[in-house]
Write a protein that binds this ligand. Structure first.
Ligand SMILES: NC(=O)c1ccc[n+]([C@@H]2O[C@H](COP(=O)([O-])OP(=O)(O)OC[C@H]3O[C@@H](n4cnc5c(N)ncnc54)[C@H](O)[C@@H]3O)[C@@H](O)[C@H]2O)c1
Length: 278
């Protein structure tokens, strides 16, 4: 099928980044969230990101305007009925995702592929709620979507969107990157809990000693402390309750206290990182 218009469901951190790269790649985009103010905020974020790219001389002002004009924001699911491909980026909650997939399945043309941006949940289980299980894929963009190169599955569209896909051969909880990342997060939090080093120094060690571009605490502040917590809980539940996946107490306390990193500005390092401010 010739893809001209891409639907994006969820206009939060990931949804607005995905809408932006799709529009920059020349696709028309219909971006849906549940509240007007979230949609307006997402469009403002995209505009701001692209205005910076104009300032830096990376794109022209005309290209920016053309990109923004290709994105239609909406709160109505029906507005997605004619799209040719959908990327779902709603909350990381199986029940919420299943509901969205059922609604989409009833609405979309029969051959439309629906991709989920889930970080951890079973794509097979999500696909099972639809009448098109063979047309549901995982397409895991990384945060911030406009900057990150790695995308899983949906190889062809990913390449057209300027990403470098890898193929995940089996639908396992958390796929590849998060399976590598979560033990790193959990271990870092345990080092902090045990008073072995400060969050700043653990980040410094990861950056200087392992050549990682960001430390684990900086990365959790950027991607969302709540997501790290839910992913650890999900892995613990799905992988035979192995102790290594138990979410650390401190992580749970941070989430309970509303210190969610990307959403509040308050996180492990007590402030947004430079990457988030950009
Ligand atoms: N934050 C990250 O770094 C990151 C990275 C990769 C993948 N993900 C995945 O992307 C997905 C979204 O994460 P996020 O960080 O953008 O979350 P977010 O909380 O910033 O955004 C989620 C958005 O979904 C909207 N939403 C909820 N129900 C909806 C519905 N029925 N229809 C339309 N919109 C609805 C919410 O209003 C919210 O704006 C999750 O599955 C997450 O695991 C996140």
């Amino acid at each position: 099928m010739d893809i001209k218009t891409i639907g994006v469901v969820g206009a939060g951190t990931m949804g607005n980044g995905i809408a932006q790269i799709a529009a920059q790649a020349g696709y028309n985009v219909v971006m849906r969230d549940i509240e007007e103010k979230i949609v307006a905020n997402a469009i403002r974020n995209i505009d701001k990101f692209l205005a910076k790219s104009v300032e830096k001389g990376k794109i022209t002002a005309e290209a920016k305007d053309a990109t923004v004009s290709r994105i239609k924001g909406t709160t109505k699911m029906e507005d997605l009925k004619d799209v040719d491909y959908v990327v779902e980026a709603v909350f990381e909650d199986m029940e919420v995702k299943k509901k969205v997939f059922k609604e989409l399945d009833a609405l979309l043309k029969k051959d439309v592929i629906v991709a989920t941006n889930t970080s951890s949940l079973s794509i097979t289980e999500i696909a099972g709620t639809t009448g098109r299980p063979g047309r549901v894929v995982g397409m895991h963009f990384f945060n911030p979507a406009p900057l990150m190169k790695l995308v899983k599955v949906a190889m062809e569209l990913s390449r057209k969107l300027g990403k470098e896909p890898i193929e995940v051969k089996i639908d396992i909880p958390c796929f590849v990157v998060n399976r590598l990342m979560m033990p790193h997060f959990i271990e870092a939090i345990q080092l902090l809990e045990q008073g072995i080093a400060s969050a700043e120094d653990i980040d410094k060690a990861a950056k200087l000693g392992l050549n990682y571009p960001m430390g684990p605490f900086e990365l959790m502040d950027l991607t969302g402390i709540d997501i790290a917590y839910h992913v650890a809980e999900y892995l613990h539940k799905e992988l035979n309750k192995e102790l290594k996946w138990v979410p650390p107490r401190l992580l749970k306390d941070m989430v309970k206290a509303g210190k969610l990193g990307r959403k509040t500005g308050a996180g492990w390092l007590g402030q947004y990182t430079d990457t988030v401010k950009k």
